[in-house]
Design a protein around this ligand. Structure first.
Ligand code: GGG
Length: 363
């Protein structure tokens, strides 16, 4: 009977807008997610906003309170905007918020898909020698490697200063990301995995990566594999984008390569990421890959597409797959119709793109 109300499932989301355009795009993403839930029905989002930002750090001396991680553990997922401010050294802001969250919540996988969205143009199309077919998933190791935070400085502020930055690669850490990458490659039509290292110059950790890659490859005979040095990989991404599909790389290499991937797909403003704890014992975190862009913060012109795509990945992760598909379809219909921000060659602002996506969902 029509008078019986469907009981809504509530997905509890911790929202951390952070700094700069992180605030602008988080507002946009929450608006779209409420419209999505209302239109699809059967579930809703309950957002709790945490004001953990560089501005608050300057006032209070901390980003996250001491029980911050425990607070986050109570949620089904975390939505993150951006971190970074001209007034706080970048290594402080990054190591006070995003990196501790990833590490403490066992989010050892960072998934970064890249595609050229309809109605957008890749810079690859300007290169006559290059195919502009680009459909990649980059699997970034998200817990160790070059971002282990180990090392130190002595004789600081003197001309004898010495600093070490120690990369840590463990058998457990490398095996689990490699296995995740093989599973991702296997789930995609081309079943193809490219592993990136710099094992000619870095002769310990990177050699361990190579060894584990070949060990695990033996368990996946249906997945075609190849191996690239990171420098040569940048060339291949630009000149032969069609030859790549799933890519696995270390924390630093994939951080850099995924920015290049985003630029090749049209703009860093569209690129999403998922920081996953595949065990699901802790909440996973979803964030566009771009930074806080202080130069355009608060002007209402940031591209919200990377935020919407990240939100769609979060919606899928909490179990609402068809709603996630609907959100991505709405985003693609909007870009196809030419409703785009300046970075994609359009003339619309954040709110106009957001409204267009909401209207597409409600159609
Ligand atoms: N929205 C992501 C963000 O704020 N990124 C800033 C950044 O530099 N992140 C480095 C990283 O992803 O490891």
């Amino acid at each position: 009977p029509s008078n019986i109300r469907t009981v809504s499932k509530v997905h509890r989301i911790a929202s951390i807008p952070g700094d700069g355009i992180g605030v602008d795009i988080t507002v946009a993403a929450e608006r779209v997610l409420h419209v999505l839930a209302k239109t699809v029905g059967g579930f809703e989002f309950d957002f709790t906003t945490f004001d953990w930002s560089s501005e608050k750090y300057r006032e209070r001396g901390w980003y996250m309170p001491p029980d911050g991680i425990d607070q986050l553990k109570k949620f089904d997922a975390i939505y993150f905007g951006a971190v970074g401010s001209p007034d706080v050294p970048d290594h402080i802001s990054l190591w006070s918020l995003i990196l501790p969250i990833r590490k403490s919540l066992n989010q050892y996988v960072n998934v970064r898909p890249t595609r050229i969205l309809p109605g957008t143009t890749s810079p690859l199309s300007a290169l006559s020698t290059t195919s502009s077919h680009l459909d990649w998933v980059m699997i970034r190791e998200n817990s160790e490697g070059e971002y282990s935070g180990q090392g130190g400085t002595s004789h600081s502020d003197t001309s004898y200063a010495v600093a070490t930055e120690v990369s840590i690669f463990t058998y457990v850490g490398v095996s689990r990301i490699m296995r995740y990458a093989f599973e991702t490659a296997r789930s995609r039509p081309r079943k193809k995995l490219t592993m990136v290292t710099k094992s000619n110059a870095q002769r310990h950790g990177m050699v361990l990566w190579d060894k584990i890659f070949y060990e695990i490859a033996a368990e996946y005979p249906d997945v075609e594999t190849d191996k690239m040095l990171v420098d040569a990989m940048t060339v291949r991404m630009v000149l032969h984008p069609e030859s790549l599909d799933t890519i696995v790389a270390t924390n630093l290499h994939a951080d850099i390569l995924s920015d290049l991937a985003a630029a090749l797909s049209g703009s860093i403003g569209i690129a999403p990421s998922s920081n996953l704890d595949p065990t699901r014992e802790n909440p996973s975190m979803f964030e566009p890959i771009h930074g806080s862009a202080p130069d355009i913060a608060g002007k209402g012109i940031a591209n919200p597409v990377g935020a919407f795509w990240s939100a769609a990945e979060m919606v899928r992760w909490v179990g609402e797959g068809s709603a996630a598909d609907m959100l991505m379809q709405a985003v693609e219909n909007v870009t196809a119709a030419g409703v785009k921000t300046k970075d994609l060659g359009g003339d619309k602002n954040t709110e106009e793109v957001t409204t267009a996506v909401c209207e597409e969902i409600e159609l």
